[in-house]
Design a binder for this molecule. Structure first.
Ligand code: AMP
Ligand code: MN
Ligand code: MN
Ligand code: MN
Length: 287
C-alpha cells in the first residue's frame, strides 16, 4: 500500500528496551507486522541507538520504516515530548543534542532514589537499574517496574500517582531540551517535528496556545491526533488544532510493553478525515 494512503495503518510512536519499553526492536518489528502495521517508526526517548536494529528488523519483515525519536523538552516548566520522524540517523547535530538531553538522567535517578529512601523505600537506584536496557537512559518507568515487582505498589499507574509525579517523593524536577532546539535538531536532520500526545499535558489553554504557536514558529509541522493516550474528544480537539495552526496529523500507539500498555501496536482508529496525515509528507523518507 502506498505511503500516501490516508488510511494506512501507520504506527509512528513506540518504545524498545533502548529506552523504557520492555521489547527489543526486533520483537517490536515482528509484533507490528503481526498486528497489521503498514508503516512503522521506533521512537525511543532521547536516543537513536535502536534505529539500525529497528530498520534491519523492519526490512526483514517487509515493513516500511521511518527513523524516529521522542525528545524530552521543558516548556513553561512542564515536560513536553516532541516526536521526530524521517531524520537522517547519522546527523551529528541531532546526535549531539540527544546526548546532551540524556546527560542528566543518572544524577536525576540518584536523586529520585534519595527521595524514595526518605519515605522508607531503600536501594531504588540499584533496583531500577536492573530493568534498564541502556545505562544512558534510566527513566521513571524503570523505577515504576521495580516498585511494582517489589510489592510497594500494585501497578504502574499507582507508582506514578503516589511516588513519581510532580510533588511526590520520587519526583525530581528536571530541565530537558529547549523546544526550539529539539525542533531544530529534527528539522536540521531532514525530519518532521511533531507534538506528542498533547492531551496529556497539564497546560492552561493560554499555555497550550503558546506551545503550539512557538512550536510552529520554530518549524514544527505536525501533532499527534490519534494516540493511545487520547479520548475521542481529544481526537476532535487536536484535529481542530491541525486546521487552526496549519499542522499535519500523526498516529501512534506509544506502545511500551505487552503487560503495561492499553493500546497495542497498530490498534488505533483512523485519523479524522479532515486532517493531512504526516506520512503523506514523508514519502521520500520511508526506508
Ligand atoms: P522520564 O522520561 O524518566 O520522565 O519518564 C517518562 C516516562 O514515564 C513516559 O515516557 C512514560 O513511559 C512513563 N509515564 C509517565 N507518566 C506515567 C503514568 N502516569 N503512568 C504510566 N507511565 C507513565
Ligand atoms: Mn516512555
Ligand atoms: Mn511521551
Ligand atoms: Mn512515548
Amino acid at each position: 500500500m502506498s505511503s500516501v494512503n490516508p488510511l494506512l495503518n501507520a504506527d509512528l510512536h513506540c518504545h524498545s528496551t533502548v529506552s523504557d519499553g520492555t521489547l527489543a526492536p526486533e520483537a517490536l518489528a515482528a509484533r507490528a507486522k503481526a498486528n497489521g502495521v503498514e508503516l512503522w517508526a521506533l521512537t525511543d526517548h532521547d536516543e537513536l541507538g535502536g534505529q539500525q536494529r529497528a530498520l534491519a528488523a523492519a526490512r526483514a519483515q517487509g515493513l516500511p520504516y521511518l527513523t524516529g525519536v521522542e525528545i524530552s523538552v521543558t516548556f513553561a516548566g512542564i515536560t513536553v515530548h516532541i516526536v521526530g520522524l524521517g531524520m537522517d540517523p547519522d546527523d551529528q547535530a541531532l546526535l549531539d543534542g540527544l546526548r546532551a538531553t540524556r546527560g542528566g538522567r543518572e544524577q536525576r535517578a540518584r536523586e529520585m532514589a534519595d527521595g524514595l529512601a526518605q519515605v522508607g523505600i531503600p536501594d531504588a537506584f540499584d533496583g531500577a537499574l536492573r530493568y534498564v536496557g541502556n545505562p544512558d537512559l534510566i527513566s521513571r518507568s524503570h523505577f515504576a517496574r521495580h516498585l511494582v515487582d517489589t510489592g510497594v505498589c500494585k501497578d504502574i499507574p499507582e507508582v506514578f500517582r503516589r511516588y513519581l509525579s510532580e510533588g511526590k517523593p520520587g519526583f525530581v524536577p528536571h530541565r530537558w531540551a529547549a523546544l526550539g532546539d529539539a525542533v531544530g535538531w529534527i528539522t536540521g536532520a531532514g525530519g518532521i517535528a511533531i507534538v506528542a500526545h498533547p492531551g496529556r499535558y497539564k497546560f492552561t489553554p493560554t499555555e497550550e496556545y503558546a506551545l503550539f504557536t512557538e512550536f510552529k514558529q520554530h518549524g514544527g509541522r505536525a501533532v499527534e491526533v490519534v494516540t493511545g493516550a487520547h479520548s475521542q474528544a481529544e481526537y476532535a480537539k487536536y484535529a481542530g488544532f491541525c486546521a487552526e495552526f496549519g499542522l499535519a496529523a500523526s498516529r501512534g500507539s506509544d506502545f511500551h510493553s505487552p503487560d503495561e500498555s492499553h493500546t497495542d501496536l497498530g490498534q488505533l482508529p483512523d485519523l479524522p478525515g479532515s486532517v493531512t496525515p504526516v506520512w503523506t509528507l514523508l514519502e521520500e523518507r520511508v526506508r
